[in-house]
Unconditional design. Structure first.
Ligand SMILES: [Zn+2]
Length: 54
């Protein structure tokens, strides 16, 4: 049904504490309309921090 490859964008996730950009991931902008927020480990903060899409 859905065409492949058109709606997927690369996003960068930045730590909510220190702002460092620790992760890259992909988001299908048709399925996920909001900006991503993921709880991931930040080695700089040494803990799990909410990372936000930038
Ligand atoms: Zn951090």
């Amino acid at each position: 049904m859905a065409k492949k490859g058109e709606a997927v964008i690369l996003v960068t996730l930045a730590c909510g504490e220190c702002g460092r950009r620790n992760y890259h991931t992909k988001r299908n902008k048709l399925n996920v309309r909001e900006k991503l927020r993921l709880n991931k480990y930040c080695k700089w903060c040494q803990g799990h921090i909410v990372h936000k899409e930038v």
